[in-house]
Design a protein around this ligand. Sequence first.
Ligand code: FEO
Ligand code: CA
Ligand code: CA
Length: 673
Amino acid sequence: MKTALPFELVLNRRQMLKGGASLGAAGTVLGTLGLTACNGGRNAPAELGFAAVAASKADVVTLPPGYAARVVYALGDPLDENTPDYANDGSEADFATRAGDHHDGMGYYPLPWGSEASDNGLLVMNHENITEAYLHPNGPTAVDGQRPAAEVRKEISAHGISVVEVARDGRSYATVRDSLFNRRITPNTPMRLAGPVAGSAFVQTAFDPNGLRSRGTLNNCANGYTPWGTYLTCEENWHGYFVTQEAEPPREKSRYGIDDASNYGWETAAGAADEQADEFRRWDTTPTGADATQDYRNEANTFGWIVEIDPYDPDSTPIKRTALGRFRHEGCWPSRALPGQPLGFYMGDDARGDYIYKFVTAAAYQPGLSDGRMLDEGTLYVARFDENGRGQWLPLTLDDPRLAEAFGSQAELLVNTRTAADLVGATPMDRPEWGAVDPRSGEVYMTLTNNRNRGQVAGQEVDAANPRDYERGDGDATTDGNTHGHIIRWREDGDRADATGFTWDIYVFGSPADAQAEVNVSGLDESNALSSPDGLWFDPRRANGLLWIQTDDSALADFTNNQMLAAVPGTVGDGSAVAIGEQISYVGAAPGGDLRRFCVGPVECEITGIATTPDGRAMFINIQHPGERGDASAPTSSWPAAGGDATATPAAGARPRSATIVITRNDGGVIGE
Ligand code: FEO
Ligand code: CA
Ligand code: CA
């Protein structure tokens, strides 16, 4: 038996398509998979109750008839009464009491705690990154390669997390500007390390020689949550903020992409006359002191984790839960919380050719008794997808002789989670993004957004016979791999989060509507064509939760701005096992009218982050980085329009702002139904 696919999961499909013929013509349908899946007590299927919106390139939010959207919380919006309104001209000194940039993963936490309140709650959201061009009067500057301290400070403070109270305001919602819950967490905020890595030599720094505390969280992408009411934020592309000048960096740096260049050059401000507490020096991980307690060689080891935040306690210290592994964490999605059973947390490492993971708690979930300590003890697994539609969870522990040989402790293994996964033969994936757990069945969906450079993964060559590798017609195999992405899903054996085996198929393949059949495998049309699925979320409110799909297609399909769709998905195995030649692929039923475009965003934005109020009548989503390719002198988007109507055409010339919007129905009904 093979221990791993040669490279990406969609190998099956790639092989299947080797003949270059359409499925209908050449595929042999073997019949539906013989799964023992039950319906888990489902009610009648939900139905989508809106008319699909057309693809759009307009600089507005487009919604179905009968819907409205207002801007709730945009870049720079004040969190307290002492902070003036945002000038949006680059003049602000920092974002410590303002909304950060690049709103991303987000949750709604009812007030008070434990209630189902829909008229009042906390939005907790990530500020993943920045569009530097709009944060300064004339874009970022440097003198002799050195960034000004004031600019760097501002950029640092625009990253991190917001906790902001919102309350119903007529038919819409508004922030509560003086709420005691309002809070910014930034790359400077003190944090605590917990789990096996806490207190180990790998996280000793000049900031805390004991390796128990660290500073800040960075590049927070998607989010998760726990059944006990906390928020999980996920550190994704943190490696890009660090440098090292080491000729041969250790594997905990090299395997994660830390080299001698950083995204924004924050480390170049080190030594500024007013530098405080090594606020700039910490981004350079080159060893300079006598040992790790004298410098920041280990600073990057304090990043790459899942971080737990209690939004209901504004004084709480965020906790880095190291047992869940260190990689480019996109997100962290819990299994269903079933009393008496362990919890599973599903996670993806968003890089070309990296992996999907699951953490299973050692303790069983007990409502009212469980808390964050459950996240400190358990087993981290990495996924291997086999060619027969089955898969295995491979434990990453020192019980595996290969891992015992490579690592001296579980702490060392976890700091090097990627290397451990390499050693056990995990299946490289096409950039895992968001996951979502079907509240009915416990089935797990995960977006694999795309992989333009598939030919460069693991030394494998692109399959020249695969139409998806050549659909743009330029024949450039090294830049044109799995262009439009897909959504994989799996069902754990016995429907238990602690299963070590599962059955998988592919729910939908992304594609433009007019692509050839070999590309448009799922038969998408003008009402639901999509590319580069990223955000993914089941509305937990309904017994028949709708699945929401958000896209982050930065360049590859030009038929629309980024969008959000709603779906009524089926179950693993509802499609067919399709054979071409000797290969079999498992493809879900064509979604047809059960997948429909709900919303299109403004120019150059990504749509990401999603939460509804418990009554389902208000949906919050984030419009991230509109106009990201422009600059202050020539913005390519000016969204949002003054006045706060997210669907209104903005006056040209203003700088664009990332923002949270709230979507409501004019008749007050449930969103999507
Ligand atoms: Fe932050 Fe993988 O998207
Ligand atoms: Ca993402
Ligand atoms: Ca993204």
